[in-house]
Design a protein around this ligand. Structure first.
Ligand code: DAH
Length: 339
């Protein structure tokens, strides 16, 4: 009989339960009035005297094991219930996490930053609300200069000296005022022009300005830098520089990249020429250097400026510039797989 009880102890130790009623059934089976333990206690008087001690000890051990097991199982089920109360059903399937997308302007801006950072350009920023000096005057555009008409400006009504910057070239001025050459910086940011909103133009858009100032910087350095950029950005290395005019650079040029005429889209976007204009550039005018406290006899440099929106529209086949500021998730979602 002692062996029989010992076998029960092993059984009790191995017992597990999923519900409280299983535990209760188990308790009654052993500790209930008509339970196993009482049955053995009743046998006690029939056990031979020399075995009474061992029998008693074994039966007590069974009783303690059952009691411990019942307590342990109750605790376990209680704490499981508590967790369920806090977190709900832990075995339910997980909820899918929606992955966001970067805005196409950010995607293109980051690509441009990445390309120029590889050749030592840092990133600089300036304010969107600018003063006349940084947006115009320091850039060789004095008040009476006809080139100011090229840009329809939002002025702050109460103060004609304060305006929304019309280009990121204003950051060039700030950077030169605050840093000594050698300078290699690009300045991405939003700019504003008082233009009618249409599929092709908006009253705000984004530019990246580039500035390189050092001793003996030449036009050849500019051209090489631009060629590196177009190759990295568009996979196209054939460029041409058309003479142009900007008050802050001399000589000035507009940069075209040879896009090709392989598809109908190529025809459309290049108006059948194969060439696409992507930015303005030039050698920084000595007057501008002087305005910003840099000695033009010691230093020279180049600058360039390009529109991010146009490049994003080109690379991602976006037909309407307004889509870039409407925040329509159906549009934005399409860039999930982009960088
Ligand atoms: N600021 C010019 C614009 O908004 C772009 C530009 C042209 C920037 C030539 C430059 C440059 O730095 O050298 O149209």
């Amino acid at each position: 009989m002692i062996d029989e009880i010992k076998a029960l102890i092993t059984e009790v130790e191995a017992f597990t339960a999923d519900t409280k009623s299983d535990v209760e059934d188990f308790r009654i089976k052993y500790l209930g009035k008509k339970g196993i333990l009482n049955k053995y206690f009743a046998e006690f008087k029939n056990v031979a005297n020399d075995q009474k001690k061992e029998f008693g000890q074994t039966i007590n051990a069974l009783k303690n094991t059952v009691q411990d097991k019942v307590n342990a199982l109750k605790d376990e089920l209680d704490s499981k219930e508590e967790v369920k109360g806090i977190y709900g059903d832990l075995s339910r399937p997980g909820e899918p996490i929606e992955i966001g997308a970067r805005h196409p302007i950010s995607i293109v801006k980051n690509q441009i930053i990445d390309i120029f950072s590889r050749i030592g350009f840092n990133v600089s920023e300036g304010p969107e609300i600018e003063d006349d000096w940084h947006n115009f005057t320091a850039l060789n555009l004095p008040e009476y200069h006809p080139a100011r008409d090229m840009q329809d400006t939002f002025f702050i009504q109460t103060n004609p000296d304060i305006l929304l910057r019309t280009h990121t070239s204003s950051v060039q001025v700030r950077y030169m005022e605050n840093n000594k050459p050698p300078i290699r910086t690009i300045s991405p940011g939003r700019v504003y022009r008082n233009e009618a909103i249409s599929a092709r133009s908006h009253c705000f858009f984004h530019q990246v300005e580039g500035l390189y100032i050092d001793k003996d910087v030449s036009f050849a350095d500019l051209k090489q830098t631009l060629q590196y950029f177009t190759t990295e950005m568009f996979g196209k290395s054939k460029i041409r520089l058309r003479p142009s005019y900007f008050p802050f650079t001399e000589p000035s040029a507009e940069v075209d990249v040879y896009w090709g005429l392989e598809t109908e889209i190529d025809y459309r976007i290049t108006k059948g020429t194969g060439w696409l204009e992507i930015m303005g550039c030039g050698m920084v005018d000595p007057n501008v250097l002087e305005n910003c406290g840099i000695d033009p006899k010691e230093y020279s440099g180049f600058a360039f400026g390009m529109g991010i929106d146009r490049i994003a529209m080109l690379l991602h086949q976006i037909g309407d510039i307004r889509l870039l500021s409407e925040n329509d998730v159906r549009f934005l979602e399409q860039f999930k797989s982009a960088l």
